[in-house]
Design a binder for this molecule. Structure first.
Ligand code: F6P
Length: 358
């Protein structure tokens, strides 16, 4: 017999499309069990800051609003790194959970949040179920995280738009996309957007390889080319292009597009290049059908797990099935990068895309 009566839900890390669909799914599924749902504001801040910041979410209230259909996080999210010691934050987190009388907390987050928040929960003795989300798709042990598909759509749309202007001006246009240190987003978008070149952090590339491909395009009679580069890509010799850091000293990716553009322009006269750095629109476009339905599947599964007495697990999509993994296993697995054996990398190579050296 499980003793759950009241749960909290929070979104943690960079936002993405589909978070509010997860919230709807959790609220509606929990309502079926007669549980109360507390929406925690601004990630863990809502529980670690004083006064506590939260609101009660009801099926009649939340699903009656446009929010479940929109991107962003209705609850707000926290992506600024940790400012105090984990022990202090875990203690305040635990006290916050106790003050609200929560029996468990559902955490919608990526690899970083699974690790940080599960650590708080462990230290404070709080039950947690994780629900994976991130446009980077690097959360381990799940094939897809909520938000990835919508971000891919934003990138593919950008490539479709760029192709038209590239053609008008006979240019090679570079699209720099997000993804942190994983190339999933870049590779999926490049394949769907029929790019000529796709550079990802996991596969080394050479300038000569890029130029060879551009020249091949030129000689084929095509007057334009599209290049996708993931923000985590380094220079040919492996140096970061920027030393930028955020307010808490974590590195900020970005700038590789401009770097490559100059490099190509200085070394190849076949095409002029220009750069589009797509930025945060990758996180804020409309959630796709895939992300909305994945959100509903994973959110309701998280509630079902709790109802059946499970805790300390992350729900996941694995081999086409909905399943879950222990949080310890998820944290130990770290971050999942793009494999050279991914069907998308293989397909890209099969259709002649330059994706770096074999
Ligand atoms: O992890 C999601 C993500 O959008 C990454 O792709 C990107 O590197 C990072 O967050 C950007 O974070 P911020 O919004 O803090 O600049």
């Amino acid at each position: 017999m499980n003793s759950i009566k009241k749960i909290g839900i929070l979104t943690s890390g960079g936002d993405c499309a589909g978070l509010n669909a997860v919230i709807l799914s959790v609220v509606n599924a929990a309502t079926r069990f007669g549980w109360e749902v507390y929406g925690i504001h601004d990630g863990t801040d809502g529980l670690t800051n004083r006064p506590l910041s939260y609101e009660i979410l009801t099926e009649s209230g939340f699903s009656n609003s446009p929010w479940p259909r929109l991107s962003g996080s209705y609850l707000g999210s926290l992506n600024t790194g940790v400012k105090e010691s984990p022990e202090v934050l875990a203690q305040r987190f635990g006290e916050g959970v106790k003050e609200l009388g929560l029996d468990a907390v559902l955490v919608v987050g990526g690899d970083g949040s699974m690790s940080i928040v599960s650590n708080y929960c462990k230290m404070a003795g709080v039950k947690m179920i994780g629900i994976p989300k991130t446009i980077d798709n690097d959360t381990p042990l799940t094939e897809f995280s909520v938000g990835f598909n919508s971000a891919c759509q934003a990138c593919t749309n950008a490539l479709d738009d760029l192709m038209l202007t590239a053609r008008s001006h006979h240019r090679a246009l570079i699209l720099e996309v997000m993804g942190r240190d994983a190339g999933h987003l870049a590779m999926h978008a490049a394949v769907a957007g029929f790019a000529d070149i796709c550079l990802v952090p996991e596969i080394p590339y050479t300038l000569s390889g890029i130029i060879k491909k551009l020249d091949e395009v030129k000689k084929s009679g095509r007057t334009h080319a599209l290049i996708v580069v993931s923000e985590g890509v380094k220079t040919e010799t492996g140096e970061a292009v920027t030393g930028a850091v955020n307010m808490v000293g974590e590195k900020i990716n970005g700038g590789i597009g401009e770097y490559l553009s100059k490099l190509i322009n200085n070394n190849y006269k076949g095409f002029q290049t220009r750069v589009t750095k797509l930025g945060h629109v990758q996180r804020s476009g409309n959630p796709t059908t895939f992300d909305r339905s994945l959100a509903v599947v994973l959110g309701s599964e998280a509630v079902r797990l709790l109802a059946e007495g499970h805790t300390d697990r992350m729900v996941a999509l694995s081999k086409g099935k909905v399943t879950s993994f222990g949080l310890d296993e998820v944290v130990a697995a770290g971050t999942t990068g793009l494999s050279e054996n991914s069907p998308y990398v293989i397909a890209a190579r099969n259709i002649g895309m330059y994706v770096g050296e074999k």
